[in-house]
Write a protein of this length. Sequence first.
Lengths: 313, 330
Amino acid sequence: MHRFVLRAVSLLSCAVLLVLTACNRGGDSTDRPVVALVVKTLNNQFFIDMEAGARAAADSLGFDLLVQAPEREVDVERQMQIVENLIQRRVRVLVLVPNGSRELVPAVLKANAAGIPLLTVDTRLDAATVQAAGAQVVSFIGSDNVDGGRIAGEFLAQQLQGSGAIAVLEGIPGHETGDARLRGFRESIADAPGIRVVASQTANWERDQAFNVTQNILQAHPDITAIFACNDVMALGAIEAIAAAGREGSIQVVGFDAQDDARAAIAAGRMAATIAQNPREMGRLAMLTAARVLAGEVIPAEQPVAISLVPER
Amino acid sequence: MIRSSPNVDAPVPPLWHRLLRSREAGTGVGLLVLCLGLWIATPFFATVDNLLNVAEQSTIVGTLAIGMTFVILTGGIDLSVGSVVALAGVVLALVLRGGHGVPLAMLAAFAAGISAGAINGALVAFGRLPAFIATLGMMSVARGVALVLADGRPISGFPDALRALSTTRVGGVPVSVLIMLALFALAHFVLHYTMLGRSTYAIGGNEEASRLAGIPVARTKVIIYAIAGASAAATAVLLLARLNSAQPIAGIGYELDAIAAVVIGGTSLLGGAGSVTGTLIGALIMSVLRNGLNLLGVSSYVQQIAIGVVIVVAVLVDMALHKRSQTLTV
């Protein structure tokens, strides 16, 4: 009996390996340059859109694009492993959306040492850490999140006519993206002294956590009239919690990223607004930049991607 | 752990036969097959650089899995180790930031890890809580304490002495790999040549019989869980050196990776049978697999399927190889 199991297992593993080999041959038989895009997670529409934008551009540029992400967004060490492995794979250009603004700097150093040009997209690495380590990033492609946060704050201040209690759902603490959005939001809210932030808690970018955190905030602060979530995923969790509490319509929710789900929620009147970044454009621009890097062109250190309020005012 | 042969009068089988019958054989062969397959599938796998890279990547899960092996050998489980990694890391970072040296900071990190582990052990041994429950509680408590201490934020900016743990190489081999191997050797020695090791296997084999035989079961368990805490602290040191940052949200899900490495390595979740050698091979299998899937450019979604399949297949093979001995000992 156990011989049978062993044989079956061996055959199965051989089959799996053969299939993998076959898949791989498909990619390696051509001489197309291999470019890698490492995102934070593939459990978020934002990065799936970014992948779609990058893939379309990579196809027309004649790149083989590898897209990888850690299973868990919080797993910084795993993202570092992916970068290390892709360095071993000798990809021609590495495009990284870092999971940690400081933590990924050692990985960038390794790419530098291997002579692989590295671009960052959407999330900046911490400038001081990069400088102290002597790491080289060719270019940053992304939106100014501080601006986005400011736009969200101005919108809410206007909607609430300058007064009211609001709550904030923060991203993973220490993530540059979330911190910047929060900074911009707080700056613009400070201009409206009648508006009080009564609760500001992290939901770690996640929908289910946002649901729970919002439920708790609603218990503690029944008087809130608006919620700013640092991404749409959390905003969507928040509107579900508001609906579950039977408070739909009395609390305005503003998200960030303008994902399809969020746009649909806005159209249905369940969400007030979101901030549109353009992940597809980021992916596209990253690939175009990769092509320019390979062509030996000089690349600007910052390449902004437009940011705007949805719905447009 | 003495495996009785089915026919006692038979002559001693040749060495290769005994090796093949050993607990680690199935996993070792699995690792070799995996490496062979990757060697054929991609030119990027079998390079010295990449193999060292894989070894370095296995240090985190590998080190964490050492303590987990002890716990699982006693028939227990420790779900808190991922959180304890975060806690020990934050403590290490705070002491460093307080201007103290690396030795004192490490001492503090190990004190934190060992305390958390010892509390787990006491809850299991004296509080009579199931290990699953006690360590589930600690998983949450340690994470919370880490978040409170760090105020929810990552802490970075450490002296070069710490960073050196991940940047230094001895004879081309990363020093973190050497540290992990030394810890495995130490664990192997403890398990096979000390009273504590024998008690560990005995408790996992039959706790009641161990008690009747005069083994201090409760005290041993406290020590075992403290070892798991210590290996979490060691993991925290390596992780900090690698990322140059201590995150209170680090190590989420690491307990499952560590358990997977132990189980792939052939240690029985029922306790009493297994080895750290197997665990080392198990940790390597996971790292090699992830590395290989990255090199092949396999989609992140498919990678998760592959890892799940490997865990189940590894245990199936192990069971098939040891069917006879298991039916005899259970």
